[in-house]
Design a protein around this ligand. Structure first.
Ligand code: ADE
Ligand code: ZN
Length: 330
């Protein structure tokens, strides 16, 4: 039987956002830590009521206190890979937020080794090519970002790039010019969240000042026709997260999501899950949701999947193989 959703790359996924309520309870029990409830159903119910990015981040960061050891991080990453395999993911470029864990007293080495031991073996264990992207928390400011990058450089071979996430408005990309230049000098890839809650000017700054190779979210770029033309002409990928955008009210309903317009404009838009444990689904669920609510047919889903492959930082020979799989799916 042909899978209902195409083989795909996933380029906008926070590994910490894959902490399902059951794992949350298991880790809290393991370390004797409090939670608002020990009932996964009650915890999940709390995730249905975000009103914006900040209200989500408060829950997300509080939950991350249960991640204490290298084994915890390994388990988190393996849980994601198990689910990614079922979702048809061929390549995952996965965000992690080391500053949060270091603030909780976890050694950086435990975070990186726990995640990378799962991801570096993922091709053999799961048939999923996987790599890590270290994200700076923009609300902690540029000096803290430089500090965590310096601390992570001894583990340079375990991550392929840097990103910028957390509360967007009030923390424009321009604050992070220096740390992105440092990352570029180390040969790291550069991406950044921009245009999720922040306006089109945040997307421009990410391009002009941080020299990002992809924009995470970027949906508010659609408010600026000149910027849309530039994104198309320069083939800048946008890692769009439809179910996340509805949960955090960046759009009112999925039926009003700009994704079809992005494709019509010839943008390199991709579909991703962001924080699937919180937003109602993994990348295949996002594909199904946009097919249903936005009327995207199989050729359009295949286009989104091809875009995702083109937007990866993977070798060209891998991209050719994944393109052939998408063609076969179609
Ligand atoms: N961290 C985890 N998910 C995020 C999102 N959607 N936006 C910004 N920071 C995040
Ligand atoms: Zn995100």
């Amino acid at each position: 039987m042909i899978a209902p959703t195409p083989p795909t790359a996933e380029l906008h996924l926070h590994v910490e956002g894959t902490i399902e309520a059951e794992l949350l309870v298991r880790l809290a029990d393991r370390h004797g830590l409090p939670l608002p409830s020990r009932d996964p159903a009650v915890l999940r119910e709390r995730y249905a009521h975000f009103v914006d990015l900040r209200s989500f981040l408060d829950v997300y960061y509080a939950n991350l206190a249960v991640l204490r050891t290298e084994e915890d991080f390994h388990e988190l990453a393996t849980g994601y890979l198990d689910r990614a395999l079922k979702a048809g993911v061929r390549r995952a470029e996965v965000f992690f937020d080391p500053q949060t864990h270091v603030q909780h007293g976890v050694p950086l080495e435990a975070v990186i080794h726990g995640l990378s031991s799962a991801f570096s073996a993922a091709e053999e264990t799961h048939g999923v090519s996987a790599a890590l992207i270290l994200c700076f928390l923009r609300d902690l400011g540029p000096e803290a970002a430089e500090e965590i990058l310096r601390a992570a450089l001894p583990f340079r071979e375990h991550f392929i790039g840097v990103g910028l996430d957390s509360a967007e408005v009030g923390y424009p990309p321009s604050l992070f010019t220096g740390v992105y230049a440092m990352a570029a000098a180390e040969g790291l890839h550069r991406v950044a969240h921009a245009g999720e809650e922040g306006g089109a000017e945040y997307v421009r700054e990410a391009l002009d000042l941080l020299h990002v190779e992809r924009v995470d979210h970027g949906i508010r770029a659609m408010e600026d026709p000149e910027l849309v033309a530039r994104l198309r002409d320069e083939r800048i990928p946008l890692t769009v997260c439809p179910l996340s955008n509805v949960s955090l009210r960046a759009v009112d309903t999925l039926g009003e999501h700009p994704l079809p317009r992005m494709l019509d404009e010839g943008l390199l838009a991709t579909v991703n899950s962001d924080d699937p444990a919180y937003f109602g689904g993994y990348v295949d669920d996002n594909y199904r949701a946009v097919a249903r609510e936005l009327g995207l047919d199989r050729p359009r889903l295949a286009q989104l999947a091809r875009n995702s492959v083109d937007a990866t930082f993977a070798p060209e020979e891998d991209k050719r193989r994944w393109h052939a799989e998408i063609d076969a799916w179609l």
